[in-house]
Design a protein around this ligand. Structure first.
Ligand SMILES: [Zn+2]
Length: 137
C-alpha cells in the first residue's frame, strides 16, 4: 500500500484545522492488487450533530461510490479524524466499516493509519502504510 507523502501530510493538516470537529471524506487511488495506492482525497461535509463524530451526507457519498459524469474518480476508501484519540478504530468504526474499502483514520498527532476488512465478519486489519518518494515534475 502506497500513500503519496503529500496526501498523508495534507490529511494530517486538514484534521488539525478542523479540530475539535471530526473531518472525513473519500480516498482516491487504485486498488489494483499489484500496485495499491492512494493518490488524493476529497473532504466531505460533516452532517453529524456537534461534529464529535463524522457522518457524510449519503447523497454526496453515493456520488463517489457510484460515479456519474460529475465525479471523475471512484472512491477506494474513506477517512475520518480522531481529534482527541489515537488512529485506531473505535467500536463504531469497527462495526460500520464496509468490506473491500480502505478505512483511513487520522489520529490526534496527525498520523494516518489504514485498515481494511477483507471478508464480512472478519476484524479490521491494520495495513502497512508506506509512503513513497514523490516523482519530480
Ligand atoms: Zn473513528
Amino acid at each position: 500500500m502506497l500513500v503519496q507523502p503529500s496526501v498523508a501530510r495534507r490529511l494530517g493538516e486538514l484534521a488539525r484545522r478542523r479540530a475539535p470537529r471530526e473531518v472525513g471524506g473519500v480516498l482516491l487511488g487504485s486498488q489494483r492488487p499489484r500496485a495499491p495506492r492512494i493518490d488524493s482525497y476529497v473532504e466531505l461535509r460533516n452532517i453529524a450533530d456537534g461534529g464529535s463524530a463524522f457522518r457524510a451526507d449519503p447523497r454526496e457519498l453515493r456520488s463517489w461510490i457510484y460515479p456519474s459524469g460529475r465525479s471523475p474518480s471512484l472512491a477506494v476508501g474513506f477517512f475520518h479524524s480522531h481529534p482527541a484519540a489515537p488512529a485506531r478504530p473505535s467500536s463504531l468504526d469497527s462495526r460500520a466499516a464496509a468490506c473491500g474499502y480502505w478505512h483511513g483514520i487520522i489520529g490526534q498527532s496527525g498520523d494516518l493509519r489504514l485498515f481494511v476488512r477483507e471478508r464480512p465478519g472478519t476484524p479490521l486489519r491494520d495495513l502497512d502504510v508506506r509512503s513513497e518518494p514523490e516523482l519530480a515534475e
